[in-house]
Write a protein that binds this ligand. Structure first.
Ligand code: PGA
Length: 248
């Protein structure tokens, strides 16, 4: 049985003070949840969040990292630096980074390897654009992104990669994929992993759905055969709303 993993992606929202206020309200609301709960916050919030979340069931993640350990990369943060802070997860290859910050399948792959090298667990985003969906090439896009992201990883690493299937047209738009559609795409991703790494590995990989998840649709999405939780943007910014999603 795969566990459910619910991760909030705050994107560029909440300063240190706001992050602290959120946690005060949120931690007690989810303290009895058996699901894995992760908050992926801006870099500046992370140190404080790690210390607030210590001893609770809430884990902390970053939203990006560089693939090198250190060096002349002005403005960048390495996985080692995140790990040293006590961060456990890192989102890699979010569509907003692919779209606005030149993230490619190649840099995604490098970052995943670097994350494992320093002991961070990657949450890797894949998903098709609206135009790709309309052209009927969703399957090709998402299986190719998955294949290239995981290239060169060993079975154990693949098993420990969380994949977030996020159709780009559903992100921040209020348009959610139907649970059937999302579940089908996730099955296709799982099949692709099975072809390369074997059924055993594929059956253990956590694959989330992301794109306008809210408390009103979380249950329907998360109780399908293959959706193992969600990566939640807008609805993760409010403690009560996000706690309802965690406890769907
Ligand atoms: P959304 O964002 O829930 O606001 O659609 C999801 C994401 O981008 O991870």
């Amino acid at each position: 049985m795969r566990k459910k993993v619910i991760a909030g992606n705050w994107k560029m929202n909440k300063n240190v003070h706001e992050a602290e206020e959120f946690m005060k309200e949120f931690i007690p609301l989810v303290k009895d949840s058996q699901n894995e709960v992760i908050i992926c916050a801006p870099y500046l919030d992370l140190a404080n969040l790690v210390s607030i979340a210590k001893g609770t069931n809430v884990k902390i993640g970053a939203q990006n990292m560089h693939w090198e350990v250190n060096g002349a990369y002005t403005g960048e943060v390495s996985g080692e630096m995140l790990k040293e802070l006590g961060v456990e997860y890192v989102i890699i290859g979010h569509s907003e980074r692919r779209q606005y910050f030149n993230e490619t399948d190649e840099t995604v792959n490098k970052k995943i390897k670097a994350a494992f090298a320093c002991g961070l667990k990657p949450i890797v985003c894949v998903g098709e654009a609206l135009e790709e969906r309309e052209r009927g090439i969703t399957r090709e896009i998402i299986t190719q992104q998955t294949r290239l992201a995981l290239e060169g990883l060993d079975n154990n690493q693949v098993e420990n990669t969380i994949i977030a299937y996020e159709p780009i047209w559903a992100i921040g738009t209020g348009k959610t994929a139907t649970s059937e559609d999302a579940n089908n795409s996730i099955k296709e991703i799982r099949e692709e992993i099975g072809k390369i790494y074997g059924q055993n590995v594929a059956s253990r990989v956590i694959i989330q759905y992301g794109g306008s998840v809210k408390s009103a649709n979380a249950r329907e999405l998360f109780t399908t055969s293959d959706i193992d939780g969600g990566l939640v943007g807008g609805a993760s910014l409010k403690p009560e709303e996000f706690s309802k999603i965690v406890k769907y």
